[in-house]
Ligand binder design. Sequence first.
Ligand SMILES: *Cc1c(COP(=O)(O)O)cnc(C)c1O
Length: 354
Amino acid sequence: MSRPAIARIDLSALRHNYRLARSRHGGRALAVIKANAYGHGAVTCARALASEADAFAVAIVEEALELRDAGIRQPILVLEGAFGPDDLAHATMHDLWMVAHNAEQLALIEAHRSIRPLTVWLKMDSGMHRAGIAPADYAAAHARLRALPQVGPIVLMTHFARADEPNEAATADQIATFDRATANLPGERSLCNSGGILCWPAGYRDWARPGILLYGADPMPSDDHGLKPVMTLESAIMNIRDLAPGEALGYGGRFVSDTPTRVGLVAMGYADGYPRVAPTGTPVAVDGQLTRVIGRVSMDMMTVDLTDLPAARIGSRVELWGNTVPINTVAHAAGTIAYELLCNIKRVRRDYIG
Ligand SMILES: *Cc1c(COP(=O)(O)O)cnc(C)c1O
């Protein structure tokens, strides 16, 4: 038998979440499967969505080529756009849509010679101040692209900085800025990431761009939006030890109890992507019963409290996150977000169902 550390990926939950995102937003939806589908396996996720996804999005050309090599035929948008002429050559050869977010990328497109017109998603900086064409320069950039024979459809896009904060004026300001700067421009629009889909149904219904929603990690977990977790990270108890009062557990001797403690050792560590910074008290489930992480997470192993779980034994199933332990709770305890936990998953076997 092999090590029991497994990421179970429920592909029917992925399809459920995609449908939910698309119907909530209206229009069409790019399934964002960058970063190996947020740790879920890009090729398998793309195949699972292939019959219904309108298009896919990845961050870089290399990720798009992996999907094309695997036979994925849908349109694929490259969210970071071209880093050089080679990326545009690949885009033409493999029929990729390219974001253009600055003057350098516009110049690359201008210099690009293509037998078929390139679809460009022209990104505006409407207030995130990270990338994108300034609103004042946007119409000129659009006109410049439209004049090029090698450019086909141009989609108008922007990205929200605080879409998951429903009471923040920042998103309304971004929408207003985008509106003003695109008022007279033709073309489809795309504004909403997952937070936007949930909080800012602003009427831009051409293209949604759901990422984290697809994987069932709700960016606003205080409301139930009906998402289903896609990944269950699980392993098993590989050793059990009774800790006497005063004995220190693990690296740094960080956990010391004044009462007898039954300690379960779990085959999962930060080399698998479980966050090392998850403190004592972070929830885990053993055979479906909630308990807590105790002591420091090590590279390949971690320790959990079995004191109140007398039936637990070597081989007992441990859920690190999934349906019983919300990934957002683990992320919060570790001072990060579900996105980072999911992207960090490695070494563990992925088992697909559905
Ligand atoms: C990653 C990304 C998304 C998806 O964001 P989520 O918050 O995961 O939904 C959407 N649009 C752009 C431009 C992105 O880079």
